[in-house]
Design a protein around this ligand. Sequence first.
Ligand code: ADP
Ligand code: MG
Length: 333
Amino acid sequence: MNIIGIESSCDETAVSIINDEQVLVSLISSQELHKEYGGVVPEFASREHMKNIDSLVAKAFDESGLTINDINGIAVTRGPGLMGALLVGLSYAKGLSFATQIPLIGVNHIEGHIIANFLNHPNLEYPFLCCLVSGGHTQIVHVKDFQNYEIMGKSIDDAAGEAFDKAARILGLGYPGGPIIDALAKSGNPKFFRFPRAQIKNRPNDFSFSGLKTSVLYLTKQEKPEWIKNNIHHICASYQEAIIDSLQKKTFKIQEEIQARRIVLAGGVAANSRLREIFQKKAAGRKVEIYFPSLAYCTDNAAMIAKTGMEMLKRNRTSSLDIKAIPNLRLID
Ligand SMILES: Nc1ncnc2c1ncn2[C@@H]1O[C@H](COP(=O)(O)OP(=O)(O)O)[C@@H](O)[C@H]1O
Ligand SMILES: [Mg+2]
Protein backbone atom coordinates (compact mmCIF):
# COMPACT_ATOMS: atom_id res chain seq x y z
CA MET A 1 0.00 0.00 0.00
CA ASN A 2 1.36 3.46 -0.95
CA ILE A 3 -0.10 6.55 0.70
CA ILE A 4 0.55 10.21 -0.09
CA GLY A 5 0.23 12.61 2.84
CA ILE A 6 -0.42 16.38 2.57
CA GLU A 7 -0.03 18.76 5.52
CA SER A 8 -0.76 22.52 5.44
CA SER A 9 -2.31 23.31 8.86
CA CYS A 10 0.09 26.08 9.87
CA ASP A 11 3.38 27.41 8.44
CA GLU A 12 4.90 24.25 6.94
CA THR A 13 3.85 22.95 3.52
CA ALA A 14 4.62 19.25 3.71
CA VAL A 15 4.20 16.25 1.40
CA SER A 16 5.22 12.65 2.04
CA ILE A 17 4.81 9.26 0.37
CA ILE A 18 5.03 6.12 2.50
CA ASN A 19 4.47 2.40 2.02
CA ASP A 20 3.83 -0.31 4.63
CA GLU A 21 7.51 -0.57 5.51
CA GLN A 22 8.96 2.88 5.26
CA VAL A 23 8.82 6.57 4.50
CA LEU A 24 9.83 6.88 0.82
CA VAL A 25 10.00 10.68 0.85
CA SER A 26 9.12 13.39 3.36
CA LEU A 27 9.42 16.98 2.10
CA ILE A 28 8.82 20.16 4.11
CA SER A 29 8.78 23.73 2.80
CA SER A 30 9.14 25.98 5.85
CA GLN A 31 7.91 29.55 5.72
CA GLU A 32 10.76 31.77 6.98
CA LEU A 33 8.86 35.02 6.27
CA HIS A 34 6.95 34.77 9.57
CA LYS A 35 10.16 35.19 11.61
CA GLU A 36 10.22 38.96 11.15
CA TYR A 37 6.70 39.12 12.63
CA GLY A 38 7.60 36.94 15.63
CA GLY A 39 4.75 34.52 14.80
CA VAL A 40 2.66 33.10 11.97
CA VAL A 41 0.69 35.62 9.80
CA PRO A 42 -2.28 33.48 8.61
CA GLU A 43 -2.85 35.21 5.25
CA PHE A 44 0.85 34.94 4.32
CA ALA A 45 0.79 31.28 5.35
CA SER A 46 -2.08 30.50 2.95
CA ARG A 47 -0.36 32.30 0.07
CA GLU A 48 2.90 30.42 0.67
CA HIS A 49 1.06 27.07 0.75
CA MET A 50 -0.57 27.97 -2.58
CA LYS A 51 2.83 28.79 -4.06
CA ASN A 52 4.56 25.63 -2.88
CA ILE A 53 2.09 22.74 -2.80
CA ASP A 54 2.00 21.65 -6.45
CA SER A 55 5.78 21.67 -7.00
CA LEU A 56 6.28 19.88 -3.66
CA VAL A 57 3.88 17.08 -4.72
CA ALA A 58 5.69 16.78 -8.08
CA LYS A 59 9.06 16.63 -6.27
CA ALA A 60 7.75 13.93 -3.92
CA PHE A 61 6.76 11.72 -6.84
CA ASP A 62 10.14 12.36 -8.51
CA GLU A 63 12.10 11.43 -5.42
CA SER A 64 9.95 8.39 -4.58
CA GLY A 65 10.10 7.03 -8.11
CA LEU A 66 6.35 6.42 -7.96
CA THR A 67 3.51 7.92 -9.99
CA ILE A 68 -0.07 8.75 -9.02
CA ASN A 69 -1.08 5.34 -10.42
CA ASP A 70 0.87 3.65 -7.63
CA ILE A 71 -1.03 5.54 -4.90
CA ASN A 72 -3.78 3.77 -2.89
CA GLY A 73 -4.84 6.65 -0.66
CA ILE A 74 -4.61 10.44 -0.37
CA ALA A 75 -4.32 11.53 3.28
CA VAL A 76 -4.68 15.21 4.17
CA THR A 77 -4.87 17.27 7.36
CA ARG A 78 -8.43 18.58 7.84
CA GLY A 79 -7.74 20.27 11.23
CA PRO A 80 -6.93 21.70 13.67
CA GLY A 81 -5.07 24.66 12.20
CA LEU A 82 -5.45 27.93 10.33
CA MET A 83 -8.55 27.90 8.08
CA GLY A 84 -6.95 29.41 4.98
CA ALA A 85 -3.88 27.20 5.29
CA LEU A 86 -5.95 24.04 5.82
CA LEU A 87 -8.13 24.82 2.79
CA VAL A 88 -5.10 24.87 0.47
CA GLY A 89 -4.04 21.31 1.31
CA LEU A 90 -7.59 20.00 1.57
CA SER A 91 -8.72 21.47 -1.77
CA TYR A 92 -5.61 20.14 -3.48
CA ALA A 93 -6.15 16.64 -2.05
CA LYS A 94 -9.84 16.68 -3.00
CA GLY A 95 -8.96 17.69 -6.57
CA LEU A 96 -6.43 14.86 -6.78
CA SER A 97 -8.91 12.34 -5.37
CA PHE A 98 -11.75 13.51 -7.65
CA ALA A 99 -9.56 13.35 -10.76
CA THR A 100 -8.10 9.92 -9.95
CA GLN A 101 -10.88 8.24 -7.90
CA ILE A 102 -8.22 7.40 -5.29
CA PRO A 103 -9.76 7.37 -1.77
CA LEU A 104 -9.48 10.61 0.22
CA ILE A 105 -8.71 10.38 3.96
CA GLY A 106 -9.22 13.43 6.17
CA VAL A 107 -6.73 13.29 9.07
CA ASN A 108 -6.63 14.99 12.49
CA HIS A 109 -3.29 16.84 12.89
CA ILE A 110 -3.07 16.13 16.63
CA GLU A 111 -3.65 12.42 16.02
CA GLY A 112 -0.94 12.62 13.39
CA HIS A 113 1.55 13.76 16.02
CA ILE A 114 0.70 10.76 18.22
CA ILE A 115 0.87 8.24 15.35
CA ALA A 116 4.21 9.78 14.21
CA ASN A 117 5.80 7.53 16.85
CA PHE A 118 5.01 4.45 14.72
CA LEU A 119 7.24 5.84 11.95
CA ASN A 120 10.27 5.29 14.20
CA HIS A 121 8.86 2.52 16.42
CA PRO A 122 6.83 0.12 14.21
CA ASN A 123 6.63 -2.34 17.12
CA LEU A 124 5.13 0.18 19.55
CA GLU A 125 2.09 -1.46 21.17
CA TYR A 126 -1.22 -0.05 22.43
CA PRO A 127 -2.18 1.04 25.06
CA PHE A 128 0.17 3.87 25.96
CA LEU A 129 0.08 7.25 27.67
CA CYS A 130 0.96 10.14 25.35
CA CYS A 131 2.30 13.50 26.47
CA LEU A 132 1.37 15.60 23.44
CA VAL A 133 3.15 18.95 23.39
CA SER A 134 3.11 21.24 20.35
CA GLY A 135 2.79 24.92 19.51
CA GLY A 136 -0.99 24.73 19.71
CA HIS A 137 -1.73 21.83 22.05
CA THR A 138 -0.74 20.33 25.39
CA GLN A 139 -2.63 17.20 26.37
CA ILE A 140 -1.99 13.96 28.22
CA VAL A 141 -3.82 11.30 26.26
CA HIS A 142 -4.49 7.70 27.25
CA VAL A 143 -4.18 5.99 23.87
CA LYS A 144 -6.09 2.74 24.44
CA ASP A 145 -6.02 1.76 20.76
CA PHE A 146 -6.01 3.43 17.34
CA GLN A 147 -8.70 6.16 17.43
CA ASN A 148 -9.67 5.15 20.97
CA TYR A 149 -8.45 8.02 23.15
CA GLU A 150 -9.15 9.49 26.58
CA ILE A 151 -7.92 12.98 27.51
CA MET A 152 -6.46 12.72 31.03
CA GLY A 153 -5.06 16.25 31.31
CA LYS A 154 -4.73 19.42 29.23
CA SER A 155 -3.65 23.04 29.32
CA ILE A 156 -6.33 25.51 30.37
CA ASP A 157 -4.50 28.36 28.59
CA ASP A 158 -1.26 28.42 26.55
CA ALA A 159 0.22 25.30 25.00
CA ALA A 160 3.78 24.35 26.02
CA GLY A 161 5.13 25.38 22.60
CA GLU A 162 3.39 28.73 22.87
CA ALA A 163 5.00 29.25 26.29
CA PHE A 164 8.42 28.70 24.68
CA ASP A 165 7.62 30.98 21.70
CA LYS A 166 6.18 33.82 23.79
CA ALA A 167 9.10 33.86 26.23
CA ALA A 168 11.55 33.88 23.33
CA ARG A 169 9.71 36.86 21.83
CA ILE A 170 9.82 38.74 25.17
CA LEU A 171 13.57 38.01 25.45
CA GLY A 172 14.13 39.06 21.81
CA LEU A 173 15.45 35.60 20.85
CA GLY A 174 13.43 35.02 17.65
CA TYR A 175 10.77 32.59 16.33
CA PRO A 176 10.04 29.72 16.82
CA GLY A 177 11.39 30.07 20.34
CA GLY A 178 11.51 26.42 21.45
CA PRO A 179 14.63 25.28 19.60
CA ILE A 180 16.42 28.56 20.43
CA ILE A 181 15.70 28.26 24.17
CA ASP A 182 16.66 24.56 24.04
CA ALA A 183 20.05 25.46 22.54
CA LEU A 184 20.80 28.33 24.95
CA ALA A 185 19.65 26.29 27.97
CA LYS A 186 22.29 23.66 27.29
CA SER A 187 24.95 25.88 28.89
CA GLY A 188 22.69 27.31 31.60
CA ASN A 189 21.84 26.40 35.21
CA PRO A 190 18.20 25.16 35.45
CA LYS A 191 18.19 26.10 39.16
CA PHE A 192 19.36 29.67 38.57
CA PHE A 193 15.85 31.17 38.82
CA ARG A 194 12.67 29.61 40.21
CA PHE A 195 9.91 30.14 37.64
CA PRO A 196 6.37 29.16 38.77
CA ARG A 197 4.92 25.66 38.30
CA ALA A 198 1.20 26.40 38.19
CA GLN A 199 -1.16 24.15 40.15
CA ILE A 200 -4.86 24.52 39.30
CA LYS A 201 -7.30 24.08 42.21
CA ASN A 202 -9.27 20.81 41.91
CA ARG A 203 -7.67 20.06 38.52
CA PRO A 204 -4.41 18.23 39.42
CA ASN A 205 -3.90 16.85 35.90
CA ASP A 206 -4.35 20.13 34.02
CA PHE A 207 -1.73 22.70 33.04
CA SER A 208 -1.46 26.47 32.98
CA PHE A 209 1.50 28.09 31.26
CA SER A 210 0.27 31.69 30.77
CA GLY A 211 1.65 32.78 34.16
CA LEU A 212 5.12 31.63 33.12
CA LYS A 213 5.46 34.12 30.29
CA THR A 214 4.20 36.87 32.61
CA SER A 215 6.99 36.06 35.04
CA VAL A 216 9.52 36.43 32.21
CA LEU A 217 7.97 39.78 31.35
CA TYR A 218 8.33 40.95 34.98
CA LEU A 219 11.94 39.73 35.04
CA THR A 220 12.76 41.83 31.95
CA LYS A 221 11.04 44.81 33.59
CA GLN A 222 12.85 44.51 36.94
CA GLU A 223 16.33 43.59 35.68
CA LYS A 224 18.69 45.65 33.51
CA PRO A 225 19.02 44.51 29.86
CA GLU A 226 22.73 43.92 30.56
CA TRP A 227 21.91 41.47 33.36
CA ILE A 228 19.38 39.64 31.18
CA LYS A 229 21.94 39.41 28.38
CA ASN A 230 24.70 38.12 30.67
CA ASN A 231 22.41 35.49 32.21
CA ILE A 232 20.34 34.51 29.18
CA HIS A 233 21.58 30.87 29.27
CA HIS A 234 20.56 30.50 32.91
CA ILE A 235 17.21 32.22 32.33
CA CYS A 236 16.46 29.89 29.40
CA ALA A 237 17.53 26.79 31.37
CA SER A 238 15.39 27.81 34.37
CA TYR A 239 12.38 28.71 32.25
CA GLN A 240 12.55 25.47 30.26
CA GLU A 241 12.90 23.50 33.50
CA ALA A 242 9.62 24.97 34.80
CA ILE A 243 7.74 23.81 31.70
CA ILE A 244 9.31 20.34 31.75
CA ASP A 245 8.72 19.97 35.50
CA SER A 246 4.98 20.45 35.08
CA LEU A 247 4.86 18.07 32.10
CA GLN A 248 6.80 15.23 33.76
CA LYS A 249 5.14 15.54 37.17
CA LYS A 250 1.60 15.27 35.79
CA THR A 251 2.41 12.69 33.12
CA PHE A 252 4.09 10.33 35.60
CA LYS A 253 1.37 10.95 38.20
CA ILE A 254 -1.21 9.74 35.65
CA GLN A 255 1.13 6.92 34.53
CA GLU A 256 1.10 5.65 38.12
CA GLU A 257 -2.66 6.02 38.50
CA ILE A 258 -3.47 3.99 35.38
CA GLN A 259 -0.38 1.76 35.67
CA ALA A 260 0.64 2.61 32.08
CA ARG A 261 3.59 0.51 30.91
CA ARG A 262 4.48 2.83 28.02
CA ILE A 263 4.87 6.60 27.75
CA VAL A 264 5.07 8.32 24.37
CA LEU A 265 6.05 11.91 23.61
CA ALA A 266 4.57 13.72 20.58
CA GLY A 267 4.49 17.16 18.96
CA GLY A 268 7.06 19.86 18.19
CA VAL A 269 8.11 20.30 21.84
CA ALA A 270 8.95 16.57 21.98
CA ALA A 271 12.10 17.60 20.09
CA ASN A 272 13.34 19.29 23.29
CA SER A 273 16.60 17.66 24.43
CA ARG A 274 16.05 18.31 28.15
CA LEU A 275 12.45 17.02 28.03
CA ARG A 276 13.70 13.78 26.44
CA GLU A 277 16.49 13.44 29.00
CA ILE A 278 14.20 13.97 32.00
CA PHE A 279 11.44 11.64 30.73
CA GLN A 280 13.96 8.93 29.85
CA LYS A 281 15.59 9.12 33.30
CA LYS A 282 12.26 9.08 35.17
CA ALA A 283 10.87 6.26 33.02
CA ALA A 284 13.98 4.14 33.54
CA GLY A 285 13.54 4.56 37.30
CA ARG A 286 10.00 3.17 37.02
CA LYS A 287 10.64 0.45 34.43
CA VAL A 288 8.30 2.26 32.07
CA GLU A 289 9.05 2.12 28.33
CA ILE A 290 9.54 5.57 26.79
CA TYR A 291 9.16 6.44 23.10
CA PHE A 292 9.51 9.64 21.10
CA PRO A 293 9.76 10.36 17.37
CA SER A 294 12.99 11.36 15.65
CA LEU A 295 13.40 15.15 15.45
CA ALA A 296 12.12 15.20 11.84
CA TYR A 297 8.81 13.63 12.91
CA CYS A 298 8.28 15.74 16.08
CA THR A 299 7.55 19.05 14.40
CA ASP A 300 4.97 19.35 11.61
CA ASN A 301 5.47 16.89 8.73
CA ALA A 302 3.33 14.96 6.24
CA ALA A 303 4.73 11.48 6.98
CA MET A 304 2.70 11.45 10.22
CA ILE A 305 -0.42 12.38 8.20
CA ALA A 306 0.27 9.63 5.63
CA LYS A 307 0.82 7.06 8.42
CA THR A 308 -2.44 7.99 10.15
CA GLY A 309 -4.20 7.90 6.78
CA MET A 310 -2.82 4.42 6.11
CA GLU A 311 -4.14 3.13 9.44
CA MET A 312 -7.56 4.67 8.67
CA LEU A 313 -7.64 3.25 5.12
CA LYS A 314 -6.84 -0.23 6.49
CA ARG A 315 -10.02 0.20 8.58
CA ASN A 316 -12.00 1.65 5.64
CA ARG A 317 -12.32 4.97 7.44
CA THR A 318 -12.11 7.11 4.29
CA SER A 319 -13.71 10.52 3.67
CA SER A 320 -16.14 11.84 1.10
CA LEU A 321 -15.25 14.82 -1.07
CA ASP A 322 -17.47 17.15 0.97
CA ILE A 323 -15.41 16.95 4.16
CA LYS A 324 -14.75 20.34 5.70
CA ALA A 325 -11.64 21.94 7.12
CA ILE A 326 -12.15 22.36 10.91
CA PRO A 327 -9.76 24.93 12.50
CA ASN A 328 -10.50 23.82 16.08
CA LEU A 329 -10.87 20.11 15.40
CA ARG A 330 -10.48 18.17 18.63
CA LEU A 331 -8.92 14.78 19.19
CA ILE A 332 -12.18 13.54 20.73
CA ASP A 333 -15.54 14.96 19.67
N1 ADP B 1 13.74 21.78 20.71
C1 ADP B 1 12.56 22.31 21.05
N2 ADP B 1 12.32 22.61 22.34
C2 ADP B 1 11.12 23.16 22.73
N3 ADP B 1 10.11 23.46 21.86
C3 ADP B 1 10.33 23.18 20.55
C4 ADP B 1 11.54 22.59 20.07
N4 ADP B 1 11.43 22.42 18.71
C5 ADP B 1 10.21 22.92 18.37
N5 ADP B 1 9.56 23.38 19.47
C6 ADP B 1 8.24 24.03 19.53
O1 ADP B 1 7.27 23.23 18.90
C7 ADP B 1 6.23 24.06 18.41
C8 ADP B 1 5.87 23.64 16.99
O2 ADP B 1 5.19 22.43 17.13
P1 ADP B 1 4.54 21.78 15.85
O3 ADP B 1 3.80 20.60 16.24
O4 ADP B 1 5.56 21.65 14.79
O5 ADP B 1 3.56 22.93 15.36
P2 ADP B 1 2.03 23.18 15.61
O6 ADP B 1 1.83 23.51 17.01
O7 ADP B 1 1.77 24.30 14.67
O8 ADP B 1 1.29 21.94 15.25
C9 ADP B 1 6.73 25.50 18.47
O9 ADP B 1 6.10 26.14 19.55
C10 ADP B 1 8.22 25.34 18.74
O10 ADP B 1 8.76 26.38 19.49
MG1 MG C 1 1.83 20.30 14.89
